[in-house]
Design a protein around this ligand. Structure first.
Ligand SMILES: [Cu+2]
Length: 426
């Protein structure tokens, strides 16, 4: 019956594409990326072949500039129990590897129904300047809606509200409109981002991604002061003593879906806001055991009338290290209904070194990092957690939510917020 409703509204799809085609003819998709000559979203130090003054230094080039182009639209996710859900989300136009150039006129037809969960990760070095272009490509599955979308870089110290994404006091691009956000990565730490338009609805529908800023201390060698002599060149923060050094880093972004809300959405029904209660709990867009599946998850979009299925969930939650390595987990909770408490199976120590993009330290600079058995993460919080595996025998361990309700994929038990920590021999 769900499928039928969708097919009944699909006749509107060509109309929507036509509408956007007309908008594009007016060059509505404009991407700001200073120093990018050939449109691949990578600033060019030297003018590339085929352009005037090819081979010459590019006067516009600034090595600090990073560009990303994302779409805001809709799509589908496959839950770990096989259930298909309609979603909203951000898609990645570029840069991609291998480098591809997407003509602006192709963005709507190429990226319709290709929302990713989670959204493309935004990973910056301190001092870099991000030009993030958001193109609102509309919601082909809900042609009755005309929602705008924004990017809210949660916890990020914006100098001006114009790039904060709060639709009440910053631009909120409508369908067919592109808008470029500018962020100077001044404060290292773990963040996340989400759409702030009708925030509970759009976050519930999936418009959430990982974001973090690496500190300028990276590249400097520090010896860990724990008697092991381990040396590090990458850190969670500018700690000055190497105490936040790590070998491997992994995002652990906890989000969740209320399947009733998503089903009502695709069926064009009134949305049950007051009854919202998440029943599919995820790490990086997946419930266990999909969290440890190294492959992208293909959705079932064709069953809803889309032209093709799509790998909408292209991240996983697997944590891997060799014994003796330190693992930095960039933990965040962006569920709209749940607080999560997470733990590791006994023997894998968790040390919290940062919270909400601030290193844990006292007023005099004293290190106040905490060893915890259970970490509570409220909605909107982010933590930096280091797992030191020096005393962890090789084997498979678990990171999991301690609330049984969060260990579920809808009606299926033994899923949800759980993933494996695989420690190999040193
Ligand atoms: Cu939105």
């Amino acid at each position: 019956m769900i499928r039928k409703t969708i097919k009944n509204s699909l006749w509107l799809l060509p109309l929507v594409v036509l509408l956007f085609g007309a908008v594009q003819a007016g060059a509505a998709i404009s991407v700001q990326c200073p120093g990018d000559v050939n449109g691949d979203l990578i600033p060019d130090a030297t003018i590339p072949a085929g352009f005037p003054n090819a081979g010459q230094p590019n006067p516009e080039y600034d090595p600090k500039v990073v560009c990303v182009h994302i779409t805001a639209g809709d799509g589908f996710n496959k839950m770990a129990d096989g259930y298909d859900l309609y979603t909203f989300g951000f898609g990645l136009v570029g840069p991609t590897s291998p480098t591809t150039i997407v003509p602006t006129g192709q963005v709507v037809p190429d990226f319709a129904l290709k929302a990713l969960n989670p959204a493309p990760s935004l990973i910056l070095d301190e001092g870099q300047e991000l030009y993030l272009t958001l193109s609102n490509i509309g919601l082909p599955m809900r042609p009755d809606l005309f929602d705008s979308h924004t990017v809210h870089f949660h916890g990020f110290p914006n100098a001006a509200p114009i790039f904060d994404g709060l639709p009440e006091n910053s631009p909120s691009p409508n369908m067919g409109v592109s808008y470029t956000y500018y962020y100077k990565a001044a404060v290292p730490g773990t963040y996340f981002y989400h759409c702030h338009v009708e925030a509970v609805e759009h976050m519930q529908m999936g418009m959430i991604g990982n974001a973090w800023i690496r500190p300028s201390q990276n590249g400097t060698t520090f010896t860990l002061q724990d008697g092991t002599g381990r040396q590090y060149t990458q850190f969670a923060y500018n700690d000055g003593d190497g105490s936040t050094g790590y070998d491997k880093e992994y995002p652990v972004q906890m989000t969740a879906y209320d399947s009733s809300f998503h089903d009502a959405h695709i069926n064009v029904q009134a949305l049950p806001f007051a009854a919202m209660y998440d029943n599919y709990h995820m790490i990086n867009g997946r419930g266990y055991p999909d969290t440890v599946n190294p492959d992208p998850i293909m959705n079932n979009a064709t069953a809803f009338g889309a032209a093709q299925n799509f790998e909408a969930q292209n991240m996983n939650g697997l944590i891997q290290a060799a014994q003796g390595e330190r693992v930095l987990l960039r933990v965040s909770n962006v569920s709209t209904t749940h607080l999560y408490a997470i733990a590791t199976t006994l023997g894998v120590p968790m040390k919290v070194v940062g919270r909400d993009a601030s290193r844990l330290k006292g007023p005099t600079g004293k290190d106040t990092a905490m060893d915890l058995n259970v970490l509570e993460v409220a909605g909107g919080q982010a933590f930096d957690v280091i797992l030191d595996t020096r005393d962890v025998p090789p084997g498979t361990y678990f990171l999991y939510a301690t609330d049984l309700a969060a260990l579920s994929n809808g009606p299926e038990d033994r899923g949800g917020i759980m993933t494996e920590i695989v420690i190999s021999a040193p």
